[in-house]
Design a protein around this ligand. Structure first.
Ligand SMILES: NC(=O)c1ccc[n+]([C@@H]2O[C@H](COP(=O)([O-])OP(=O)(O)OC[C@H]3O[C@@H](n4cnc5c(N)ncnc54)[C@H](O)[C@@H]3O)[C@@H](O)[C@H]2O)c1
Length: 253
């Protein structure tokens, strides 16, 4: 165990944005506890990044009510108390409210917001001094967009929770920030990106920078917010979206 190094917990670290975040922390010299429900993607990450003792993994569903204790105990055993928790595990849905059942609503709210609340609450007492939490929200939590009712509601909730916990725990030295990705190429979006021309027009065509996000774009922002370089930054919601939320950009005008 090397307790001098900084340590990050990254949920949903097996693929997509979470995997890029885990790799960015490792490249930055941090220890990483990768939390993942899929044994397959967890094993593939552990295999790819097995050099040294800086990476440990735990198979865990973040919606399990005991996940907070399980995850922070695992981090303590591998690396000591973490300096950062990244709440990344989450999943979108592409249905509007009238097509969303109560069960679907509850599922997406619990996965995308409930688990973030429970893990953040656990982090308050278990982070190392001057630790921080970085939540992965979404541009869909910042602005209305067609067809993602419970997901957007949950991500808006993540933004509110981030700001509220920043207010409650700043005096204890804990920073809470959020990153709001725009549409980013991952396994979770690959189908829609390939088959939905309308989505690409609406999200890439109207973004000033005019390209899809890559997981590494998001990982850089998360790493910055977790790092000592951001030690005076708390309660921010940082869109990483090619300028999509901050503008009304119409390429044909
Ligand atoms: N990709 C995008 O365009 C985009 C845009 C905005 C926000 N986001 C957010 O970024 C985060 C990551 O998205 P992604 O596109 O990389 O998704 P992804 O599906 O590619 O990867 C998500 C990972 O989380 C894991 N996971 C899912 N549910 C879990 C659970 N209950 N417990 C533990 N692990 C779980 C999955 O197994 C998977 O490895 C999500 O919170 C998502 O809402 C993504």
């Amino acid at each position: 165990m090397n307790e001098d190094k900084q340590t990050a917990i990254v949920t949903g670290a097996g693929s997509g944005i979470g995997r890029a975040i885990a790799v960015r922390f490792l490249r930055g010299g941090w220890n990483v506890l990768a939390v993942e429900q899929s044994s397959e993607t967890l094993e593939s990450l552990l295999k790819q990044e097995s050099a040294g003792s800086a990476l440990a993994g735990i198979q865990c569903d973040v919606t399990d009510p005991a996940a907070g204790t399980t995850i922070f105990d695992a981090c303590q055993a591998s690396f000591g108390p973490p300096n950062c928790l990244v709440n990344n595990a989450g999943k979108g849905n592409a249905k509007e409210a009238s097509q969303t059942s109560d069960a679907d609503f509850e599922f997406f709210i619990d996965l995308n917001l409930g688990s973030v609340f429970r893990l953040s609450r656990a982090a308050v007492d278990r982070l190392a001094p001057q630790g921080s939490v970085v939540n992965i929200a979404s541009v869909f939590g910042m602005t209305g967009f067609r067809g993602s009712a419970p997901y957007s509601a949950a991500k808006a909730g993540v933004i509110g929770l981030t700001r509220q916990m920043a207010a409650d725990y700043g005096r204890r030295g804990i920073r809470f920030n959020a990153v709001a990705p725009g549409i980013t190429v991952t396994a979770g979006t690959a189908d829609r990106i390939q088959t939905n021309e309308w989505l690409l027009k609406a999200m890439v065509g109207t973004a000033p920078l005019g390209r899809l996000g890559q997981p590494e774009d998001i990982a850089e922002a998360v790493f910055f917010l977790a790092s000592p370089a951001a030690s005076y930054i708390s309660s921010v919601v940082l869109p990483v979206d090619g300028g999509w939320t901050g503008t009304h950009y119409y390429p044909d005008l």
